[in-house]
Design a protein around this ligand. Structure first.
Ligand SMILES: *[C@@H]1O[C@H](CO)[C@@H](O)[C@H](O)[C@H]1NC(C)=O
Length: 421
């Protein structure tokens, strides 16, 4: 899932474009780091720390990793306690910032989490409901239902349904074990990258280390590269490379029957079905943006995950593939038109309904929810609130599965549903 945005990168409404602009990934260049022995400061700046030194014994069930020589020599207590280990930092001589590893080994009932970030820029990631509640994780919904199991198949390991599963069923809900502020991994030298990641992983509880290492990939870096996705965390304005090791058990399909949605506030990745799944059917998700054409899909899968695109949409006849590519290009064009600034553009619900049909034809069940929302918005612009609510209702369930309940699209749906004439 490397560097894949789980949610569409475009803004729905012109009024939201400016807000999104503020949230665009930061692309500041960060000079390569040179570890400096015994740096004397760490990160008191996230508002969670006081500067009183504490002992390094973090409490029961937390194994303490002896710090290499360049670890921060100052320890901080935190209130509320955010970290079970003192932040481990590499500080640059050239750059003003260093990079630190922050670990809370008790997070999510002992699953643990390590965040690698720039001091002073991590606190906002913790302004999440899930963090305040300690990342509570209940029983795994899918396992409770025992409606699916791991399998060995032609594509290697995967997940198969063992019973009929209705659409929009939550299958898995898990928090990340590692999050790295983007673009730190691209910005630091290889040795420093490995040091930061090794510290981050080795400070996790043993079971989480085990699931981390059970992922495919070459070394600690390769595993993060292959299995992470980009997401927001809490109120952070930065993108984070997030690793939820168990999510990798779901194989890719360009036309999947399930979807990942990451909740920045809950700090949870949810996997849910998009459509009903029959017993024996493989449960798949897409690692790619929905509207990539066949050429782009093949290229991206080969480059990032080193596998050939073998899904039906990639292996159908040349004629079907061409038609599919044409539909995808048309979908993108229509979305651009329907989300362009509204001034001087008459409402066109029929065009948006055609967009829904194109999605259904392409079997893009997640993105079809977005098209339905666009129908609702066109009816809203027309002043026909009854039809607007009808279409917002049709969009709600599927779109929630695809983008997560907190996404701006869902906010818009709730607004339309709640609006009086
Ligand atoms: C596929 O998409 C790429 C990038 O958008 C574009 O350059 C290319 O022309 C498209 N190819 C086909 C066959 O549609």
């Amino acid at each position: 899932m490397r560097l894949t945005h789980l949610t569409p990168g475009f803004s729905l409404l012109p009024s939201l474009a400016s807000a999104l602009h503020l949230l665009s990934p930061q692309t500041c260049s960060i000079p390569a780091l040179i570890p400096r022995a015994f740096q004397s400061t760490s990160d008191p700046s996230d508002g969670f720390f006081t500067s009183s030194p504490i002992s390094t014994t973090a409490g029961e069930a937390v194994s303490f990793t002896p710090p290499p020589p360049f670890v921060a020599a100052v320890f901080y207590t935190s209130s509320p306690p955010s970290w079970t280990h003192e932040p481990f930092c590499l500080e640059s001589i050239e750059a003003e910032n260093g990079f630190c590893v922050y670990t809370n080994a008790r997070f999510a009932s002992g699953r643990g989490i390590s965040l690698i970030g720039v001091p002073g820029q991590v606190g906002d990631a913790l302004l999440a409901g899930g963090w305040r509640r300690g990342g509570e994780e209940g029983a795994q919904p899918g396992e409770e239902m025992s409606a699916w199991r791991d399998m060995e198949g032609p594509k290697g390991r995967g997940v198969v349904a063992t019973a009929s599963i209705p659409g929009a069923t939550l299958l898995q809900r898990l928090g990340p074990v590692v999050g790295v502020q983007d673009p730190i991994l691209q910005a630091v030298a290889r040795d420093d990258r490995q040091t930061l990641l090794n510290v981050a992983v080795s400070r996790l509880p043993a079971k989480s280390q085990e699931v981390f290492w059970s992922q495919v990939g070459d070394g600690v870096e390769g595993r993060v590269e292959t299995n992470s996705f980009l997401a927001r965390l809490g109120r952070s304005v930065y993108w984070w490379q997030v690793v939820v090791p168990e999510s990798a058990r779901f194989n890719h399909d360009c036309r999947p029957n399930a979807a990942f949605a990451f909740s920045p506030d809950e700090l949870m990745l949810e996997v849910s079905t998009l459509v009903p799944v029959k017993p024996g059917e493989e449960i798949t998700v897409s690692y790619l943006a929905p509207y990539l054409n066949s050429t782009a899909r093949r290229a991206q899968l080969a480059e990032q995950w080193s596998f050939a695109c073998t899904c039906a949409a990639c292996t159908s006849s040349a004629r079907d593939t061409l038609n599919s590519d044409l539909r995808l290009a048309q979908i993108e064009k229509m979305i651009a038109e329907l989300t362009a600034p509204a001034e001087g553009r008459p409402p066109d619900p029929m065009k948006a309904q055609k967009l829904v049909k194109l999605h259904e034809r392409e079997r893009l069940w997640g993105a079809a929810g977005l098209a339905r929302l666009l129908v609702a918005i066109e009816y809203e612009r027309l002043g026909d609130m009854e039809k607007a609510r009808l279409w917002a209702g049709k969009a709600e369930v599927g779109l929630g599965v695809w983008v997560g309940r907190e996404h701006e699209f869902m906010v818009k749906i709730r607004e339309v549903l709640g609006k009086k004439e």
